[in-house]
Write a protein that binds this ligand. Structure first.
Ligand code: B12
Ligand code: SF4
Length: 474
């Protein structure tokens, strides 16, 4: 079969569409022909898009990879496709599938949603794409038939991740993504990406996990072999290990670091960490093997809020994790959320104190946004906190949690918005001169990257939209 895979216009091009590249390589391995239309790389005008879609009769199926922020895009794009080719099947996979599969099928022209891990399901589905009568036998999908929505039993997870082919890098504009790889560009590092682990054992209330709580790992040597292959082709000097959580199995992390050292691999790397597993000997080993940065979803400096989030971590563990990470010579990155259930002036003060005491240099907080498919979303619905009809709400999720959408606290909306601005202003004042220069330079590099991506006019338009809220959500 001939399949067109589609990647929506992502706001952030700092990681290439890895999941889509896995689907492509698995389909290719099983004898299908795959092409890619990447809207993050190609900014098509309406006329260009229409011209492109008119060529879609050469495909047997269209597969879109979307997270919830692409809800609008999926609706508009699938409508466009169907207006030209009503019988061309449109399949959607990626995290949107765990957020709102039934709603998506109901409100859009999408025919089939592939839930969770996609390789085996996509391959079986494409084999039967011309025989809708067989869909009921394919595990792990939601589909429409005669206006009715059906869900098949869940698919078992792939146990041996080492058996999967490497992602189809050659389908992707890798120089484009490497150019936008963000944080490390300014240090002259060239980033590559590898997926080492799938799943996370925790269940934070705000999080939706595509691979749920079952964890599957690759062997350290398989991860390293892929790093070397990527490096051979793209000459990267740094690797981002892309996963919900890399440090879920400490033995695996240790073995990975030891194998890097034994095999004398000269590369720097970064990953996501959990504060619960902080250990100086482990961090020193990781540092020695090339780890230069760990991202911790610390989220709040208030124990009350961490408990409300079901974070299964303490403020003290967060403090210790940052201290030990730095002691080992590794940078600790720490995003923070704002306005979770129970947030008030006291919990905000706890977070500011935490950021201050740990000298984190954080100046931006993210509004807590309840994504469908999470415990937080269910709470927000039950407590009547979402003031929009479902389809409108989903279409508003395209913003990146910088704009206020849902009030989960007991404060009035205006107070919450004002407190966020005041808190960020207070955090900016805490920055020393050295930090201010560092952030200024970072900002300049970001603008430069945007100009090279969108051009001067495009960057200006985006900035104006952002400033005045005219942004079209994708
Ligand atoms: C790396 C990452 C990022 C990176 C880059 C994303 C990218 N280009 O892939 C960055 C940091 C930029 C990012 C940003 C954001 N992210 Co993010 N991110 C992730 C993370 C940690 C890993 C994604 C990944 O590569 N996984 C590894 C690959 C192998 O898995 P995969 O992509 O899921 O693909 C598999 C299946 O989904 C499926 N599949 C994928 N595509 C397709 C297509 C078809 C046709 C089929 C059939 C199947 C299929 O098969 C693949 C192989 O099994 C996930 C968490 C996670 N575990 O997935 C969150 C996650 C996807 N992000 C999330 C969010 C909310 C965001 C932000 C909105 C955060 C914010 N508030 O700003 C932004 C939005 C960025 C944007 N699009 O503009 C949510 C999405 C929630 C949802 N239900 O949709 C997730 C699930 C985190 C979470 N646990 O809640 N993110
Ligand atoms: S936020 Fe991180 S630790 Fe919590 S469930 Fe999601 S991936 Fe796991």
């Amino acid at each position: 079969m001939k399949v067109l895979l589609v990647y929506p216009p992502a706001r952030d091009a700092s990681v290439f569409p890895l999941g889509l590249a896995y689907i492509a390589s698995y389909l290719r391995k099983n004898g299908h022909e795959v092409e890619l239309l990447d809207f993050t790389v190609r900014q098509l005008s309406g006329a260009e898009l229409s011209a492109e879609i008119k060529q879609f009769n050469k495909y047997d199926c269209i597969g879109i990879s979307a997270i919830i922020t692409a809800y609008n895009f999926v609706k508009e794009f699938s409508k466009h496709v169907k207006s030209h080719f009503p019988n061309l099947p449109v399949v959607v996979g990626n995290a949107i599938s765990i957020a709102c599969p039934a709603t998506l099928l109901k409100n859009s022209d999408v025919d089939i949603v592939v839930a969770d891990e996609g390789e085996l399901t996509a391959s079986e589905l494409i084999n039967s794409i011309k025989e809708p009568g067989k869909f009921k036998y394919i595990k792990g999908i939601w589909y429409k038939e005669n206006g009715q929505i059906h869900q098949t039993p869940p698919r078992e997870r792939i146990k041996n991740l080492d058996s999967l082919p490497y992602p189809s890098w050659n389908l992707i504009d890798m120089p484009f993504y490497m150019k936008h790889a963000g944080a490390y560009l300014e240090r002259g590092l060239r980033t590559g990406w590898v997926s080492p682990v799938r799943g996370c054992p925790f269940s934070c209330g705000f999080c939706s996990r595509p691979f749920a709580q079952t964890i599957t790992y690759r062997s350290p040597n398989s991860i390293i072999d892929e790093i070397l292959e990527f490096k051979r082709i793209y000459n990267n000097t740094h690797v981002k290990l892309v996963a919900d959580e890399f440090m879920v199995n400490i033995d695996m992390v240790k073995n990975f670091a030891k194998s890097l050292l034994e095999r004398k691999i000269k590369i720097t790397w970064e990953a996501n960490g959990r504060v619960n597993f902080a250990d100086i000997d482990l961090f020193r080993l990781m540092r020695k093997s090339g780890c230069i940065s760990l991202s911790y979803g610390i989220e709040s400096g208030s124990q009350k809020i961490l408990n409300n989030m079901n974070k299964m971590a303490t403020v003290e563990q967060s403090r210790k994790a940052i201290e030990l990470t730095r002691k080992a010579g590794i940078t600790a990155r720490t995003p923070f959320m704002f306005g979770y259930i129970g947030e008030d002036k006291a919990t905000i003060a706890d977070t500011v104190n935490f950021i201050k005491q740990a000298k984190l240099g954080v100046t931006r907080l993210f509004f807590t946004t309840p994504y469908p498919g999470t415990a937080l979303y269910n709470w927000a619905l039950q407590n009547n906190r979402i003031k929009y009809e479902e389809d409108v709400y989903l279409s508003l999720l395209g913003n990146n949690a910088e704009k206020f959408l849902v009030n989960l606290t007991d404060m009035p909306d205006e107070e919450l918005v004002r407190l966020k601005a005041e808190t960020e202003s207070e955090l900016r004042k805490l920055l020393g001169l050295k930090m201010k220069i560092k952030y200024g330079l970072k900002r300049i590099n970001y603008i430069k990257a945007k100009i090279s991506q969108l051009g001067v006019a495009g960057t200006f338009k985006k900035a104006v939209n952002k400033l005045f809220g005219f942004k079209k959500h994708v």
